[in-house]
Ligand binder design. Structure first.
Ligand SMILES: [Zn+2]
Length: 183
């Protein structure tokens, strides 16, 4: 998460400008259509298939149980908000289900106001050493087009005035990580 000491802020500002120069401005509506094509709307996976860990993980168990409430319903901002800190608890199928809703949500004014959902997606896609192996496994189930879409989402963040100033290091780390996923 960003550290806001003055030196770090200045360094971040330069990195943000660099990201902006390196990445063409991504158009939100083009990205939204790309998300729709790469991630067709699917049903929420069966309870046992929703979480990353199947056995002894309390966090995954909470997720499985809590999500029964949302089964068969429209994916609203509430669902995205509940999930933003739990992205690592989703199986690949769980991720495939939520991503089109989640990524499109990040393009809305509501997400620009809330900030947390977009921020946590950026962190999730650029994990620290400890969780890299699991996140790699989670993302490896996505196809090439879906990974391409995640890269475009991160490029959209890199060209976004708010995100490129706020957490350019995290965006850059996420871009490098997602580019190494073998889809
Ligand atoms: Zn778990």
């Amino acid at each position: 998460m960003p550290d806001f000491t003055p030196r770090r802020c200045l360094a971040r500002h330069f990195l943000g400008c660099l990201l902006y120069v390196m990445h063409p401005t991504m158009d939100s509506s083009a990205l939204s259509s790309e998300i729709g094509i790469a991630f067709p709307d699917i049903q929420m996976p069966e309870k046992a298939a929703l979480s990353f860990h199947k056995g002894d993980c309390p966090q995954c168990e909470y997720l499985r149980n809590d999500f029964e409430e949302y089964r068969g319903k429209e994916v609203t901002g509430d669902v995205i908000r509940y999930l933003h800190q739990e992205l690592g608890c989703l199986s690949t199928d769980g991720l495939k289900w939520i991503l089109p809703h989640y990524l499109k949500f990040c393009l809305t004014p509501e997400a620009e106001y809330n900030k947390m959902e977009t921020e946590f997606m950026i962190y999730h896609l650029g994990p620290g050493l400890k969780s890299q192996e699991e996140i790699m496994l989670q993302l490896s189930g996505l196809n090439r087009r879906q990974i391409g879409c995640l890269i475009h989402f991160l490029e959209w963040c890199a060209s976004h005035p708010q995100w490129r100033e706020y957490c350019p290091e995290d965006i850059e780390r996420a871009l490098s990580f997602v580019r190494t996923v073998n889809a």
